[in-house]
Design a protein around this ligand. Structure first.
Ligand code: 13P
Length: 354
């Protein structure tokens, strides 16, 4: 007997993830030896039972658990480094990231993609910082998705504010329509997309309503393309990029949550629950742990700090906080552990009270 299902993740779902270490050891779902910080419990929205955050349903009442999104961190090297000889060190920084609990990608400068794209041994993906929308041919200075696919690249970053006219240079800004065309083209070619959005400082100063009024037009034309398996959103407030002024956890959370609420209304609650939203803007090893605590922040798009060894600490911080683990079709613990708690298997990873 299930309770009303809650698919919305984050603050709205009432999801409460508590550290196992702080939960009384009498909990039926807490096998001996599992008291590591890696295993977290959540309290069921419906019956308040505490159970492993990784379970897909509450073992007591079968209420659907909020979706656990795998965190994702990207390193945007922008137009860096200045010398090919410096790439080795930057590659080593990315390679030092533990990718077991967090997806990692890196956006090298266009000139350097061909040099580093086969270098990563830890599964980190290479994502170009731009793409055209036509394919190969007479498009001077452009990169096509066909070329990316041929090179085995899976991801591409588009929509960065520095391409939306925030260069401080009189280069033509990329419009929402152009970015929607690029997004469609990339997805049609089988690529995955990191789609960046953000607002400038004068808008932030007016408050969340004004922020959303700026972000919604950036999302509107791609709302039909928001496949959580293939699109990641990167919320990057322009005022925090390269400035050392990071959004506070409260600012990041309220904005990510508002984006998710908009998607729930305009697309669907399940897309809203599953799509990953990264935060970008002066993210570093110091602020990543607190920002990672925000339930709607699913990782980071990192600029300056991705050129330093601290990128590995950022990845570790969000992985530790989110505790994502690939369950696949396997149970977290041997069947005997569940059975001892009076549970009966009813689905791939679903156990209910016998
Ligand atoms: P910083 O981390 O240097 O502020 O840059 C953020 C960014 O623009 C990532 O795309």
């Amino acid at each position: 007997m299930g309770c009303a299902q809650s698919q919305m993740a984050g603050a709205d779902s009432g999801m409460k993830v508590v550290n196992v270490d702080k939960v009384k050891s009498g909990s039926k779902m807490l096998p001996r030896g599992a008291g590591s910080a890696r295993y977290k419990l959540r309290r069921c929205n419906c019956c308040s039972f505490s159970y492993f955050a990784l379970c897909k349903t509450c073992p007591r009442c079968n209420d659907a658990a909020p979706v656990v999104r795998k965190p994702i961190v990207g390193g945007n090297w922008k137009c860096n480094p200045s010398k090919v000889s410096e790439l080795k060190e930057l590659v080593a920084n990315i390679d030092a990231c533990d990718t077991s609990g967090c997806d990692v990608y890196v956006c090298p400068s266009t000139l350097h993609i061909g040099i580093v794209y086969k270098s990563f041994k830890n599964g980190a993906k290479v994502a170009p910082q731009n793409c055209n929308y036509k394919g190969c041919g007479a498009y001077t200075g452009e990169m096509s998705a066909d070329q990316m696919v041929d090179m085995g690249l899976e991801w591409c970053l588009i929509g960065h504010s520095e391409r939306r006219g925030e260069f401080g240079l009189p280069t033509p800004p990329e419009s929402n329509s152009l970015l929607a065309m690029k997004c469609k083209y990339l997805l049609e070619k089988g690529m995955k997309v990191i789609f960046a959005i953000g607002e400038p400082l004068p808008v932030r100063e007016k408050g969340l309503k004004a922020v959303m009024e700026t972000l919604i037009p950036q999302l509107l034309e791609i709302k039909g393309m928001l496949d959580p398996a293939r699109v990641v959103l990167a919320y990057e407030p322009v005022w925090s990029i390269g400035t050392g002024v990071t959004a506070s956890p409260a600012q990041a959370q309220e904005t990510h949550r508002a984006i998710r609420q908009w998607i729930a209304k305009e697309v669907s609650p399940s897309v809203a629950a599953e799509i990953r939203i990264q935060y970008g803007g002066s993210a570093n090893a110091k602020n990543a742990p607190d920002l990672s605590k925000c339930p709607d922040v699913d990782g980071f798009l990192v600029g300056g700090a991705s050129l330093k060894p601290e990128i590995a600490e950022i990845v570790a911080a969000v992985a530790k906080e989110k505790c994502w683990r690939d369950l696949g079709n396997a149970d977290l613990f041997p069947a005997a552990v569940y059975e001892k708690s009076g549970l009966r298997k009813t689905g791939a990873v679903t156990w209910v009270k016998a």
